[in-house]
Structure formats: C-alpha cells, structure tokens
Design a protein around this ligand. Structure first.
Ligand SMILES: *[C@@H]1O[C@H](CO)[C@@H](O)[C@H](O)[C@H]1NC(C)=O
Ligand SMILES: *[C@@H]1O[C@H](CO)[C@@H](O)[C@H](O)[C@H]1NC(C)=O
Ligand SMILES: *[C@@H]1O[C@H](CO)[C@@H](O)[C@H](O)[C@H]1NC(C)=O
Length: 413
C-alpha cells in the first residue's frame, strides 16, 4: 500500500468519522428538541391546569353520617404580615393570618369533616392588595385537605381587587370547590350567561344535594339539601345606609327548588309509601343574619349573645319563606364575630359560627371558634334510610380544641 493511499484512506475514514459524529450530534440535538418540546407541553399543561374535583355527588358515609365544618369570618389578609386583632398583648407579636391557617388545619385534622362551608368574610378585602392571592391563602388548607368545600360571600370580600362576581367565579374554579356562581339555568325562558341564571340577585346562590349512604336504598336520592345564599354587602335603603339582604328573586328560587323536592320519590322501591313525597331536610348557609335574629336576645339560646346583631333594616321575608317551605331546619350565619349562639325562630334554628379568623375583630380571652354540624341517618332494617337527626357543637382554638355547646337541632320524629 502506498503512503498516499494510506493517507487518503485515513482522510476518508476521518471524514466518515466526522460525518458519523455530526449525525450523532444531530441525533442528540433532535432528541433534546423533542424532549424540550415535551417538557414545554407538560409545563403548558400545568399553566392551563384543570380544576381538581372531589368525588361527587356529595353523599353520606357508610357509617350513616355526614359532617360539615362551618367556618365563619376568616377575614384573611395577606398572610404573615397581617396582624391579629383582639388577642392578649403577649400574643400579639407572634400572631398573624398564619394562626387562622393553623386553626383551619388543626380543626380539619381533629374533626375529619366530610365537607366545609365558609359563610363569608373569607377575606378582609381592605387588608389585601390582591384578592386572588388572599383567597388562595385563605382556602389553602381546604384545598390541601381534598375535601369538598363551598363558600358564600360576606360584606368584606369584595373590598379589594375583585368584584363579587369575579370572586365567586374564582372560588368556583378553585381545587375541590363545589361552590357555584349562581344556579344553573333549567328554565329555558329566563336569561342566562354561560348556563348560569342571571335573573337572580347576587353571586353565590346555589344548592348542593347530599345523597344517601352508598349501597343503601336511598343511595341515588337526595336525603339532605344545602342552600347557599348571597346576603349582599351594604346598601342604601330609603336614604339610610344599611346591610344587604336576601332579595325576592332569591326567595323565588328557594321556593322553586324546595317545590322540586316535593316531587322527589324518597323510596323508589315503595313509590306509594307515605314518605314518598316528603322533602329532604335542608340547611341554609349565608353571611348576614335575618332581621328576626335580634329577637333571640329575649329567648332561650345555646351559646353566647355578646354583641348587637348587625342585620339589615330591610325585612324581605326570609324567615317567613323558610317557614312556608318547611324543609329548612337550620340556618348557619356569621357576620357578628362574638355571637356564637343557636336560637330557634318559628321552629327554625339560627346558628352563628362564631368568629374564626384572627384578623377579624373578636374578644380578648374568648378563643376563636368554629361550628360542626353532624347529620345522621336512620338505620332501617336492611340499610341506611333518610336523615334521622341533625346535631351541632363548636370547637375552640385552644390547646385541646375544646368541644362546647353540643345540641340537637332536628330529629325526624
Ligand atoms: C399564633 O401562632 C404562633 C405560632 O404558632 C403562636 O406562638 C401564638 O401563640 C399563636 N397566637 C394565638 C393568639 O393563638
Ligand atoms: C343507584 O344507581 C346505581 C348506578 O346507576 C345502581 O347500580 C344502583 O342499583 C342504584 N341503587 C338504588 C338503590 O336504586
Ligand atoms: C387541655 O387538656 C389537659 C388534659 O386534660 C388539661 O390539663 C388542660 O387544662 C386543658 N387545657 C384547656 C385550655 O382546656
């Protein structure tokens, strides 16, 4: 072999190697591009994240219980830098919205509720420059718990960067939230926006059906109904500034839903049974007390009546409507943080949650608190039946999460 040929061969081999190297690099490049594009897509998926939803429908557990945690007036601000109100001076320095978060996590862990109902003033709008951020922090423990949860608005939620409509829209899109902006429109003649009723006042009017125990005779029936209502914020009425109230349009919707339950067959196996047209019991959740609640000052109550009821001057007939509907057994409200009592008006219980959040006003030495509502099913011969009893109690944010004021609100017979 001549030297030249050898050289040529080496050169050829080198160029082959080079080409091989080049194509290898090209391959790596391609793989990297595909990989990056893939990652980008994944990232993209995270940004257009789909809402996480709980198991639906809501239903009783196989032990025949459904337990609700009511959280009233969290009054969340920005988090760490939002100071506590009305705590002992020695506690003030180490107290912020994070104490509210801590209380929510503790009580979820201690009570293991099946559902959380937030009854307004969830955030304290005027204490946060970013309503969305505040909402995510306030409802954070609820979302982390993966429990279904629902909220209505108080009179302070909209005092930041979002309107009441925007707030309810965001709340309805948050993970595990079963809140709705308003009821879905099932009447083709009424106005609608994205399938949602628009001829109803406010934002955050809806009802949630709780089904019977799994595998029971009423597994596919509503055995408990939960109403959520927007009681408004503030309003001018005949030239006088007052709190909001539940309007005629909302009462009309309540009556309609209640009537629909009238037709529900309770026991599909015995459609002629006397119980087949009984409405399931309902509970209602909203923020501002109705104008009859001050009368409870003179009646027997369970819990404490420590401040004037800040209700509206307008009586739109909410109590009367509930009485005529017949299915609402108890109403859960907030707004007046240092009232935590249950009192009975015309056969219907009105119960305060008692202030939950540390940035809302309270009373020094009177622990922040939350209400628990427990519905229990009747045990039939073969399976669980409808609701037999509704109980309630409160838990204090003290060392032992002390349980107080347990009482029966309703029994089926
Ligand atoms: C708030 O939380 C801090 C930190 O856990 C605690 O030291 C403080 O006692 C709490 N304050 C109140 C009033 O609960
Ligand atoms: C409830 O619905 C499920 C699914 O459709 C069905 O398998 C079950 O038999 C129903 N239960 C009753 C009590 O009707
Ligand atoms: C909490 O429980 C313990 C043990 O039962 C008791 O000694 C303590 O006084 C309780 N604390 C409060 C605040 O009730």
């Amino acid at each position: 072999m001549k030297w030249d040929e050898v050289k040529e061969g080496k050169v050829r081999m080198d160029s082959q190697k080079l080409r091989l190297k080049a194509s290898f690099l090209y391959l790596i490049f391609l793989v990297a591009v595909v990989e990056l594009a893939h990652r980008k897509l994944l990232l993209g998926n995270e940004t257009v994240r789909i809402k996480k939803v709980p198991d639906l429908p809501l239903r009783f557990r196989s032990d025949g219980t459904f337990k609700i945690l009511q959280v009233a007036d969290m009054h969340y601000g920005t988090g760490t830098i939002t100071r506590c109100r009305d705590v002992f001076p020695s506690h003030f320095h180490f107290c912020s919205d994070l104490n509210t978060t801590r209380f929510l996590k503790r009580i979820i862990q201690a009570e293991n509720p099946h559902f959380i109902a937030f009854t307004g003033d969830n955030i304290f709008g005027s204490s946060t420059p970013d309503a969305a951020e505040s909402l995510f922090k306030a409802f954070g423990p609820a979302m982390e718990s993966k429990l279904p949860w629902a909220a209505v608005l108080g009179n302070h939620d909209q005092e930041s960067t979002m309107s009441r409509e925007e707030l309810m829209t965001l709340i309805s899109l948050m993970d595990y939230s079963v809140s709705q902006i308003n009821p879905l429109n099932d009447d083709p003649t009424s106005p609608t926006k994205g399938g949602v009723m628009t001829n109803i006042d406010g934002f955050g009017n809806y009802n949630l059906r709780v089904y019977g125990a799994p595998g029971s005779m009423l597994a596919n029936n509503t055995v408990l109904n939960l109403f959520f209502l927007d009681s408004g914020d503030r309003a001018l009425y005949q030239g006088i500034r007052t709190y909001g109230w539940i309007k005629d349009s909302q009462l009309h919707w309540l009556r309609r839903v209640s009537q629909e339950f009238q037709g529900q067959k309770q026991e599909p196996l015995h459609p002629t049974d006397a119980t087949s047209t009984t409405k399931p019991p309902s509970l209602a959740f909203f923020h501002i007390p109705v104008p009859e609640v001050p009368q409870l000052f003179y009646k027997e109550i369970v819990g404490q009546f420590q401040e004037a009821v800040a209700c509206s001057r307008v009586n739109s007939g909410v109590l009367q409507t509930f009485v005529s509907m017949g299915d609402v057994k108890a109403v859960f409200i907030g707004h007046d943080h240092t009232n935590d009592f249950c009192g009975n008006l015309d056969g219907i219980w009105f119960c305060y949650g008692g202030g939950f959040g540390y940035h809302g006003y309270g009373k020094v030495g009177w622990p922040r608190r939350a209400r628990i509502i427990l519905a229990e099913l009747e045990k039939g011969q073969k399976s669980w039946m409808g609701v037999q009893r509704i109980m309630t109690w409160k838990r204090l944010d003290d060392e032992n999460l002390s349980k107080i004021d347990e009482q029966i609100l309703w029994q089926s017979r």
